[in-house]
Ligand binder design. Structure first.
Ligand SMILES: [Zn+2]
Ligand SMILES: [Zn+2]
Length: 547
């Protein structure tokens, strides 16, 4: 079939990550004025299949990109930056000042992990006569990429490329995290696109609540918890205390696998509150993660970004990120010593999904102990050890060894740094009058579908879930004047039809790629084949009617 002719004036966003999954955030933004820029450049995470995608071709030439904008420092949003630089990117990376500081420690840590894993795999391969393994990127690549960062404060509009203006807004997710507003001019008209980044929940600790944005033509919104409501935060705090007391009464440890940035600091914040209220038993608390220790220092340095409640605690003469029994254990020897000492303790260690880092040692030593507590406070991606534990696995593999899950597992949703369905819907609701088209991204398939349906139902907005590598042509949106109650999403405009056709063209390309394998030795009456014939006839019918 012939290619659909593209309009001369064009604004296009291609979804190269966090579509079809949660991780690997990466969007290519192009305009007919020659702009090619990126929003986020995250690592695909969660098991071998996901991680393989980090090695795949970018879908653009990194050397042609002049600007990369990062919404925040989580590795699923910035973790491929060193690879991008190693592959030829020599432009500017824009992020808020705390994001720049956090990226410095996170990218170096990530490079360290990449080098370690490759080294370990290489040694293993040599023994079995196979070839050596290259790291995704090296510490040198990460260092090189850090020189490309340029800090930009929130709430100011700046023209960053010809016809591209941008502004960061607070996303309330982690320190420095931002929503990105983009005004894209194709030479004739302007389109406003908003990327939510990751959105925090209402009244999240330490960071201020997400900024309400009122206008957009298109909104890319995260949907990690688009299908779920979090338990209330006071309940979550009580549960955390219950977990600690359970292990304490049994003379065992409470393990808290935690993300180094934000979650760890929130846990310390709550423990510090427990301490001030006299609820915490007198036991050692270890922050056993060099990365989380560094991140905590960055949080302490950046108090001006903290919310009112945290500022108030400081005014009352306390440090919300400290308490008397808290011990930092940056060195390996100190970490090993924790497991040599028996008796109750609280151990906060990375990484948050139990796939690497010191938490694995603590799990190996404590997960099989019936009196111990394991507190899961963050999202666990498919394919991770944390996810298997949450889903009730009896044993998990840790360092090649089967370890029984006999500790009491507490899954505490209220600590999430992501908004739940209600928070996300409320944020989308502010766009009301401008009636944007909404693209749910950054979520598992089920979460996105439920969320998309909710948005349609509640606001009557047009919603489309982009697939990985799908390109979306964006045009200015007409302001709708229909009276309420009309199913707007069912009223096709020339724009929506155009976009539908582009989507269909992409779909057909992907069907064409997959069909030979799928239909290799298929029998008549196969449903997919029938469906294909039906589509063919319908499309031919539409084209015939037009003539
Ligand atoms: Zn995030
Ligand atoms: Zn994310």
């Amino acid at each position: 079939m012939g290619r659909l002719s593209r309009p001369k004036r064009m604004i296009r966003v291609t979804c190269l990550g966090a579509c079809g999954g949660v991780t690997g955030s990466n969007y290519l933004v192009e305009t007919s004025r020659g702009v090619k820029m990126l929003v986020d450049c995250g690592l695909f995470q969660g098991g071998k299949d996901a991680e393989r995608q980090n090695w795949e071709p970018w879908g653009f030439n990194p050397g042609e990109i002049k600007t990369l904008v990062l919404t925040h420092a989580h590795i699923d949003h910035c973790g491929r930056v060193p690879k991008l630089v190693a592959d030829g990117f020599s432009g500017t990376i824009l992020a808020t000042p705390p994001t720049v500081e956090l990226c410095r420690i996170l990218l170096l840590d990530s490079a360290h992990i990449q080098e370690n894993n490759a080294g370990w795999q290489t040694r293993r391969n040599r023994r079995s006569g196979r070839k050596e393994v290259q790291p995704l990127y090296t510490i040198r690549d990460a260092e090189e990429s850090l020189s490309r960062f340029s800090a930009m404060e929130r709430d100011q509009i700046r023209e960053v490329e010809p016809g591209v203006k941008m502004r960061f807004r607070n996303a309330g997710h982690i320190l420095g995290s931002s929503i990105l507003e983009l005004w894209l001019d194709d030479g004739e008209q302007e389109v406003k696109v908003v990327f939510s980044g990751d959105l925090g929940k209402d009244d999240q600790l330490i960071v201020r609540d997400a900024h309400e944005v009122y206008e957009a033509d298109y909104v890319f919104v995260e949907s990690t918890y688009g299908d779920r409501l979090h338990r209330s935060f006071p309940d979550s705090k009580n549960e955390l205390l219950e977990a600690i007391l359970h292990a304490y009464e049994n003379g065992e440890k409470t393990m808290i696998p935690s993300f180094a940035v934000e979650r760890t600091q929130e846990i310390i914040y709550v423990l510090s509150e427990f301490h001030r209220e006299g609820k915490l038993p007198d036991i050692p608390i270890y922050l056993d993660s060099p990365l989380a220790i560094k991140a905590t220092e960055i949080f302490r340095k950046n108090r001006k970004y903290w919310d009112e409640e945290a500022q108030e605690i400081i005014r009352q003469g306390h440090d919300p990120l400290d308490l008397p029994n808290l011990k930092f254990t940056p060195d390996t020897a100190q970490s090993i010593a924790i497991n040599e000492k028996s008796g109750p303790a609280i151990v906060i260690a990375g990484n948050g999904m139990c796939t690497a880092g010191r938490i694995k040692h603590h799990l190996k030593h404590n997960l099989w102990r019936p009196g111990a507590s394991l507190v899961i406070v963050g999202f666990q991606a498919q394919g991770t050890t944390g996810r298997r534990i949450v889903e009730g696995a009896r044993t998990v593999k840790i360092f090649q060894e089967d370890v029984a899950v006999q500790a009491k597992v507490y899954t505490i949703g209220g600590f999430s740094a992501h908004g739940d369905q209600a928070d996300l819907l409320e944020w989308i609701g502010h766009f009301g009058e401008s009636r944007p088209r909404v693209f749910p991204v950054h979520g598992e398939a089920g979460a996105k579908m439920v969320f998309a349906e909710k948005i349609r139902e509640k606001f009557g907005l047009e919603v489309h879930i982009p697939r990985l590598r799908e390109s979306l042509l964006l045009k200015p949106r007409e302001v709708k004047v229909e009276s309420p109650g009309v199913e707007l999403s069912d009223v096709p405009t020339p724009d929506t039809l155009h976009n539908l056709l582009v989507e269909m063209e992409n779909t057909i390309r992907s069907i064409k790629r997959q069909a030979p394998e799928r239909f290799k030795d298929v029998k008549d009456g196969d449903h997919d084949l029938e469906r294909l014939q039906f589509i063919q006839e319908e499309l031919a019918g539409i084209a015939r009617d037009r003539k």
